[in-house]
Design a protein around this ligand. Structure first.
Ligand SMILES: CCCCCCCCCCCCCC(=O)SCCNC(=O)CCNC(=O)[C@H](O)C(C)(C)COP(=O)(O)OP(=O)(O)OC[C@H]1O[C@@H](n2cnc3c(N)ncnc32)[C@H](O)[C@@H]1OP(=O)(O)O
Length: 194
Protein backbone atom coordinates (compact mmCIF):
# COMPACT_ATOMS: atom_id res chain seq x y z
CA UNK A 1 0.00 0.00 0.00
CA UNK A 2 1.41 3.42 -0.85
CA UNK A 3 1.20 6.68 1.08
CA UNK A 4 -2.12 8.44 0.86
CA UNK A 5 -1.09 12.03 1.47
CA UNK A 6 0.56 14.02 -1.29
CA UNK A 7 2.48 16.09 1.31
CA UNK A 8 5.06 13.32 1.67
CA UNK A 9 5.49 12.82 -2.07
CA UNK A 10 8.00 15.08 -3.84
CA UNK A 11 6.77 17.47 -6.51
CA UNK A 12 7.78 16.77 -10.10
CA UNK A 13 10.40 19.54 -10.05
CA UNK A 14 12.14 18.33 -6.86
CA UNK A 15 15.89 17.73 -7.10
CA UNK A 16 17.73 14.47 -6.50
CA UNK A 17 19.50 14.50 -3.11
CA UNK A 18 23.26 15.08 -3.09
CA UNK A 19 25.53 13.26 -0.66
CA UNK A 20 27.64 15.91 1.12
CA UNK A 21 31.41 15.49 0.58
CA UNK A 22 31.95 15.56 4.35
CA UNK A 23 29.23 13.01 5.08
CA UNK A 24 30.37 9.96 7.07
CA UNK A 25 31.98 7.37 4.78
CA UNK A 26 29.86 4.37 3.77
CA UNK A 27 29.74 1.90 6.65
CA UNK A 28 30.80 4.48 9.25
CA UNK A 29 28.59 4.97 12.29
CA UNK A 30 26.42 8.06 12.22
CA UNK A 31 26.80 9.46 15.69
CA UNK A 32 23.98 10.52 17.94
CA UNK A 33 22.97 14.17 17.49
CA UNK A 34 22.25 14.47 21.23
CA UNK A 35 23.05 12.11 24.08
CA UNK A 36 19.58 12.56 25.61
CA UNK A 37 17.73 11.80 22.38
CA UNK A 38 15.21 9.02 23.06
CA UNK A 39 15.98 7.49 19.66
CA UNK A 40 19.77 7.45 19.47
CA UNK A 41 21.19 8.92 22.68
CA UNK A 42 23.18 6.85 25.13
CA UNK A 43 21.88 8.87 28.07
CA UNK A 44 18.32 7.49 27.99
CA UNK A 45 18.11 4.16 29.86
CA UNK A 46 14.77 3.27 28.24
CA UNK A 47 15.65 4.82 24.87
CA UNK A 48 15.92 2.97 21.59
CA UNK A 49 19.73 3.21 21.37
CA UNK A 50 19.51 3.11 17.60
CA UNK A 51 22.81 2.14 15.99
CA UNK A 52 22.98 3.87 12.60
CA UNK A 53 25.55 3.63 9.79
CA UNK A 54 25.98 5.67 6.64
CA UNK A 55 25.17 4.04 3.31
CA UNK A 56 26.78 4.68 -0.05
CA UNK A 57 24.12 7.12 -1.21
CA UNK A 58 22.03 9.54 0.79
CA UNK A 59 20.92 6.65 2.93
CA UNK A 60 21.52 4.94 6.26
CA UNK A 61 20.91 1.59 7.87
CA UNK A 62 20.10 1.13 11.54
CA UNK A 63 19.22 -1.60 14.01
CA UNK A 64 16.77 -1.29 16.85
CA UNK A 65 16.50 -4.10 19.39
CA UNK A 66 13.03 -4.12 20.95
CA UNK A 67 13.20 -4.36 24.74
CA UNK A 68 10.44 -5.01 27.30
CA UNK A 69 10.17 -1.27 28.07
CA UNK A 70 9.11 -0.70 24.45
CA UNK A 71 5.92 -2.80 24.65
CA UNK A 72 2.43 -1.73 23.65
CA UNK A 73 0.51 -5.02 23.62
CA UNK A 74 1.94 -7.90 25.67
CA UNK A 75 5.20 -9.00 24.11
CA UNK A 76 4.90 -6.63 21.16
CA UNK A 77 6.52 -3.31 20.34
CA UNK A 78 4.35 -0.21 20.72
CA UNK A 79 3.47 1.34 17.35
CA UNK A 80 4.59 4.79 18.48
CA UNK A 81 7.96 3.36 19.44
CA UNK A 82 8.33 1.81 15.98
CA UNK A 83 7.45 5.17 14.40
CA UNK A 84 10.07 6.76 16.67
CA UNK A 85 12.69 4.31 15.45
CA UNK A 86 11.93 5.14 11.82
CA UNK A 87 11.75 8.86 12.60
CA UNK A 88 15.16 8.79 14.26
CA UNK A 89 16.77 6.87 11.39
CA UNK A 90 15.22 9.39 9.00
CA UNK A 91 16.54 12.24 11.18
CA UNK A 92 20.07 10.84 10.93
CA UNK A 93 19.92 11.45 7.16
CA UNK A 94 20.74 15.04 8.14
CA UNK A 95 24.35 13.84 8.47
CA UNK A 96 24.39 12.67 4.86
CA UNK A 97 22.99 15.94 3.49
CA UNK A 98 24.75 17.96 6.20
CA UNK A 99 21.64 19.94 6.92
CA UNK A 100 19.57 20.41 10.05
CA UNK A 101 15.96 19.41 9.55
CA UNK A 102 13.03 18.31 11.67
CA UNK A 103 10.10 16.04 10.94
CA UNK A 104 7.14 17.91 9.47
CA UNK A 105 5.11 14.85 8.57
CA UNK A 106 5.59 11.13 9.13
CA UNK A 107 3.19 8.62 7.56
CA UNK A 108 3.59 5.11 8.88
CA UNK A 109 2.29 1.77 7.62
CA UNK A 110 2.33 -1.14 10.07
CA UNK A 111 2.51 -4.45 8.22
CA UNK A 112 3.54 -7.02 10.85
CA UNK A 113 3.65 -7.10 14.64
CA UNK A 114 7.15 -6.75 16.07
CA UNK A 115 7.89 -9.00 19.07
CA UNK A 116 9.97 -7.99 22.06
CA UNK A 117 13.49 -9.30 21.62
CA UNK A 118 13.48 -8.91 17.86
CA UNK A 119 15.81 -6.65 15.92
CA UNK A 120 14.22 -4.18 13.54
CA UNK A 121 16.54 -3.71 10.55
CA UNK A 122 15.91 -0.21 9.27
CA UNK A 123 16.91 1.32 5.94
CA UNK A 124 16.21 5.01 5.34
CA UNK A 125 16.96 7.26 2.38
CA UNK A 126 16.35 10.72 1.08
CA UNK A 127 14.39 10.54 -2.15
CA UNK A 128 14.23 14.21 -3.16
CA UNK A 129 14.84 17.77 -2.03
CA UNK A 130 12.77 20.84 -2.88
CA UNK A 131 13.98 24.03 -1.22
CA UNK A 132 13.73 23.49 2.56
CA UNK A 133 11.66 20.33 2.05
CA UNK A 134 13.40 16.98 2.30
CA UNK A 135 11.45 13.90 1.20
CA UNK A 136 12.51 10.59 2.64
CA UNK A 137 11.37 7.06 3.18
CA UNK A 138 12.21 4.33 5.68
CA UNK A 139 11.49 0.65 6.06
CA UNK A 140 11.91 -1.70 9.02
CA UNK A 141 12.37 -5.44 8.41
CA UNK A 142 12.41 -8.45 10.69
CA UNK A 143 14.90 -11.31 10.71
CA UNK A 144 17.58 -9.47 8.71
CA UNK A 145 18.11 -6.60 6.28
CA UNK A 146 16.27 -8.56 3.56
CA UNK A 147 13.56 -9.93 5.83
CA UNK A 148 9.83 -9.24 5.63
CA UNK A 149 8.68 -5.64 6.05
CA UNK A 150 7.17 -4.94 9.47
CA UNK A 151 6.85 -1.17 9.26
CA UNK A 152 7.53 1.58 6.75
CA UNK A 153 7.14 5.32 6.52
CA UNK A 154 7.20 8.25 4.13
CA UNK A 155 8.33 11.51 5.60
CA UNK A 156 8.67 15.20 4.95
CA UNK A 157 11.48 16.92 6.84
CA UNK A 158 11.83 20.69 6.89
CA UNK A 159 15.23 22.38 7.07
CA UNK A 160 15.68 24.68 10.07
CA UNK A 161 18.45 26.77 11.61
CA UNK A 162 20.10 26.03 14.96
CA UNK A 163 17.98 28.89 16.35
CA UNK A 164 14.93 26.61 15.97
CA UNK A 165 16.24 24.63 18.94
CA UNK A 166 17.67 27.56 20.88
CA UNK A 167 14.39 29.49 20.69
CA UNK A 168 12.05 26.56 21.38
CA UNK A 169 13.92 24.17 23.67
CA UNK A 170 13.69 24.31 27.46
CA UNK A 171 16.33 26.65 28.84
CA UNK A 172 18.10 24.08 31.05
CA UNK A 173 18.85 21.65 28.24
CA UNK A 174 19.72 24.38 25.72
CA UNK A 175 22.14 25.96 28.19
CA UNK A 176 23.79 22.59 28.80
CA UNK A 177 24.32 22.13 25.05
CA UNK A 178 25.54 25.73 24.63
CA UNK A 179 28.09 25.11 27.38
CA UNK A 180 29.68 22.51 25.10
CA UNK A 181 31.58 24.54 22.48
CA UNK A 182 32.16 21.48 20.27
CA UNK A 183 28.42 20.78 20.05
CA UNK A 184 27.62 24.37 19.10
CA UNK A 185 30.44 24.50 16.54
CA UNK A 186 29.30 21.26 14.95
CA UNK A 187 25.66 22.38 14.78
CA UNK A 188 26.56 25.80 13.33
CA UNK A 189 28.77 24.15 10.71
CA UNK A 190 25.68 22.37 9.39
CA UNK A 191 24.10 25.76 8.66
CA UNK A 192 26.81 26.54 6.10
CA UNK A 193 26.01 24.16 3.31
CA UNK A 194 27.24 25.20 -0.12
C1 LIG B 1 21.91 22.99 19.11
C2 LIG B 1 21.30 21.68 19.03
C3 LIG B 1 21.25 21.06 17.62
C4 LIG B 1 20.45 19.75 17.52
C5 LIG B 1 20.29 19.22 16.10
C6 LIG B 1 19.21 18.12 16.03
C7 LIG B 1 18.90 17.75 14.63
C8 LIG B 1 17.91 16.75 14.26
C9 LIG B 1 16.97 16.08 15.18
C10 LIG B 1 16.19 14.97 14.48
C11 LIG B 1 15.42 14.13 15.46
C12 LIG B 1 14.46 13.16 14.81
C13 LIG B 1 13.36 13.88 14.13
C14 LIG B 1 12.45 14.57 15.12
O1 LIG B 1 11.93 13.99 16.02
S1 LIG B 1 12.20 16.24 14.87
C15 LIG B 1 10.97 16.67 16.16
C16 LIG B 1 9.55 16.65 15.66
N1 LIG B 1 9.26 17.74 14.80
C17 LIG B 1 9.03 18.98 15.24
O2 LIG B 1 9.07 19.27 16.42
C18 LIG B 1 8.70 20.01 14.20
C19 LIG B 1 7.63 20.96 14.71
N2 LIG B 1 7.23 21.84 13.62
C20 LIG B 1 7.87 23.02 13.39
O3 LIG B 1 8.75 23.41 14.15
C21 LIG B 1 7.46 23.79 12.17
O4 LIG B 1 6.17 23.46 11.78
C22 LIG B 1 8.44 23.54 10.97
C23 LIG B 1 9.89 23.98 11.35
C24 LIG B 1 8.45 22.07 10.54
C25 LIG B 1 7.98 24.36 9.79
O5 LIG B 1 7.76 25.68 10.19
P1 LIG B 1 8.41 26.93 9.41
O6 LIG B 1 7.74 28.15 9.96
O7 LIG B 1 9.90 26.88 9.48
O8 LIG B 1 8.03 26.71 7.91
P2 LIG B 1 6.59 26.72 7.21
O9 LIG B 1 5.47 26.47 8.15
O10 LIG B 1 6.54 27.96 6.36
O11 LIG B 1 6.73 25.43 6.27
C26 LIG B 1 7.70 25.39 5.23
C27 LIG B 1 7.10 24.57 4.11
O12 LIG B 1 6.90 23.22 4.59
C28 LIG B 1 5.52 22.87 4.51
N3 LIG B 1 5.16 22.07 5.69
C29 LIG B 1 5.52 22.30 6.96
N4 LIG B 1 4.99 21.34 7.76
C30 LIG B 1 4.30 20.51 6.97
C31 LIG B 1 3.56 19.34 7.18
N5 LIG B 1 3.39 18.85 8.40
N6 LIG B 1 2.97 18.72 6.13
C32 LIG B 1 3.14 19.21 4.89
N7 LIG B 1 3.83 20.33 4.59
C33 LIG B 1 4.41 20.96 5.63
C34 LIG B 1 4.75 24.19 4.49
O13 LIG B 1 3.49 24.03 3.87
C35 LIG B 1 5.71 25.04 3.67
O14 LIG B 1 5.55 24.70 2.31
P3 LIG B 1 5.53 25.85 1.19
O15 LIG B 1 4.35 26.72 1.54
O16 LIG B 1 6.85 26.58 1.29
O17 LIG B 1 5.37 25.10 -0.10
Amino acid sequence: MSATNTAVQPPADAAAPVRHPEAPAPGEPVGSHYENCFGCGSGQPHGLHLATRAGEGVNVTAEFTVRPEHQGAPGLAHGGILATALDDALGSLNWLLRTISVTGRLETDYRRPVPVGSVLHIAAEVTAVAGRKIYATAVGRLGGPEGPVAVRADALFIEVKVDHFIENGRKEEIQAVMDDPDAVRQARAFEVNP
